[in-house]
Ligand binder design. Structure first.
Ligand code: PLP
Length: 482
């Protein structure tokens, strides 16, 4: 299984100096660099405005992924750049190591006021992996401070993505991302996720929550430090929780002295229609990890938000959380985050997402008449379509078919027709959509039109190739039918 989308599109040969320089010197993340040559252009994006970006040829794309779930307020907001410039002039940088500066303090207080309950303490990072890494280290340090130093393990879910640094990677539950770098940080354990698409009809809806307790008991509760969960799991294709899932997980964590981390690197800052995903589902974590939408990615920034109870052992006497990053809480990033949150408030972006979610979702549900569309799921402006070979049996594609479908056709073709979204198979093949939170009916209609025509063509190609070759035996499918 490949793990990420690839947008190499066959193009007319291009001699653009940027293409040549990029092919020669730039190492793109999670990218098969070899896919790009004189006949296959690297997508070079040069400008953005609202829900749209433009490439070096002046072609316009609807950004159906907010540049990797990031640019929540939309592209091209000059005021964020102005806030950065003002801050650079006033005080470009001072570190948070033993020093503070006004924007960092103001931002910490603002985040604490928006965060639920007693999550009042903010530890800044430069991104999501650093936030997850910091969370796990704090969990270990917290338990040790309380005389429970054996509580080192972190329980996460299968197929979940929590980042790529060696600690965060141990929480990530995607085998192909983990194995090349093993041995990872010890202590990462995994439990089933909440993808119920192929669950037997009579399965207890809280089965996945109960699996967490089983795992805690199996590991030995005195060795488990925390459970880390996204409000809606991204990898695998936007798995929402079952009704009551997080409430049950909270009970289980409390019963066993285990902390609950809500990894909201994607699900915070309006993505689900609330400042925090945990607000949408009504649960109270002990720690929240966030990044991406905190600054709408105009500059990099992440944060770990910690409850007073978890922070308390580090706030007295000589106690210290012996951990930090030079750039955590960078003043320019903090100023940009403040300006970003001003936009959220002024335009009520959370309210907009809540108001428009039904329309966005209905548009995607409308695609169910296409034979390739098996499931539609997600929350807020964070939705996925699962692609199947057969509606009735929910039969999925095997690895080769998925490779052909996603990287051989869909990723490139959607891009070519002007839609950036994610065609991915870290679980079963899905298309993910997460437009900027300013997107509206006009953008939904554009997305629908492109998806409909490209998915229709994808299905025709499958039917044609099935006629040319015998269909694989059912047992070779990636997932067996329900
Ligand atoms: N956690 C979650 C839930 C994520 O979605 C991501 C990235 O997408 C990360 C952590 C890692 O964040 P970053 O790529 O900023 O390191």
């Amino acid at each position: 299984m490949a793990t990420t989308p690839q947008t190499a599109t066959r193009t007319e040969p291009t001699q653009s100096p940027l293409q040549e320089l990029a092919r020669r010197h730039l190492w793109m993340h999670f990218t098969r660099m070899g896919a790009y040559d004189e006949d296959h252009e690297i997508p070079i994006l040069v400008r953005g405005e609202g829900s749209y970006v433009w490439d070096e040829h002046g072609r316009r794309y609807i950004d159906g992924l907010s540049a990797l779930f990031c640019v929540n307020i939309g592209h091209g907001r000059a005021e964020l750049g102005e806030a950065a410039a003002r801050q650079a002039e006033e005080l470009a940088f001072y570190t948070n190591w033993s020093y503070a500066h006004p924007r960092g303090i103001e931002l910490a207080a603002r985040i604490a006021a928006l965060a639920p309950g007693d999550l009042n303490r903010v530890f800044f990072t430069s991104g999501g992996s650093e936030a997850v890494e910091s969370a796990w280290k704090l969990v270990r340090a917290y338990h040790r401070q309380r005389g429970e130093g054996m509580r080192t393990k972190l329980i996460a879910r299968e197929i979940a993505y929590h980042g790529t640094s060696l600690g965060a990677l141990a929480a990530t539950g995607i085998t192909d991302l983990r194995t090349p770098f093993e041995p990872l940080t010890p202590g990462g354990c995994h439990v089933p996720n909440t993808n119920s698409y192929r669950w037997p009809a009579d399965r207890d809806p809280l089965w996945a929550a109960e699996a967490i307790e089983e795992r805690i008991l199996f590991e030995g509760p005195e060795t488990v430090g925390a459970v880390i969960l996204e409000p809606v799991q991204n990898a695998g294709g936007c798995f929402p929780p079952q009704e009551g899932y997080f409430q049950r997980v909270r009970e289980i964590c409390d019963r066993h002295g285990v902390l609950l981390i809500s990894d909201e690197v994607i699900c915070s800052w309006g993505r689900l229609g609330h400042h925090f995903g945990c607000d949408r589902y009504g649960y109270r974590p002990d720690l929240i990890t966030t990044a991406k939408g905190l600054t709408s990615a105009y500059v990099p920034m992440g944060a770990l938000i910690v409850s007073d109870a978890v922070a308390e052992p580090f706030m007295d006497g000589k106690a210290m959380f012996t951990h930090g990053f030079t750039f955590g809480g960078h003043p320019v990033a903090a100023a940009v985050a403040m300006a970003n949150l001003d936009v959220f408030e002024r335009e009520d972006l959370c309210g907009h997402v809540r108001a428009k979610e039904p329309e966005f979702r209905a548009m995607l549900e409308g695609l169910r008449d296409l034979p390739i569309v098996g499931d539609v799921r997600g929350a807020g402006f964070f939705q996925a379509i699962e692609l199947v070979k057969d509606h009735e049996t929910k039969e999925s594609f095997d690895d080769d078919e998925s490779e052909q479908l996603l990287r051989g056709f869909l990723s490139g073709e959607l891009y070519r027709r002007g839609l950036i979204c994610r065609a991915d198979d870290r679980g079963d093949p899905v298309i993910q959509l997460a437009p900027p939170l300013v997107a509206d009916s006009e953008q939904f209609e554009e997305i629908e039109a492109i998806l409909r025509s490209v998915l229709t063509e994808a299905w025709e190609r499958i039917v044609r190739s099935d006629r040319g070759a015998r269909r694989p035996a059912p047992g070779t499918a990636r997932r067996s039918p329900a």
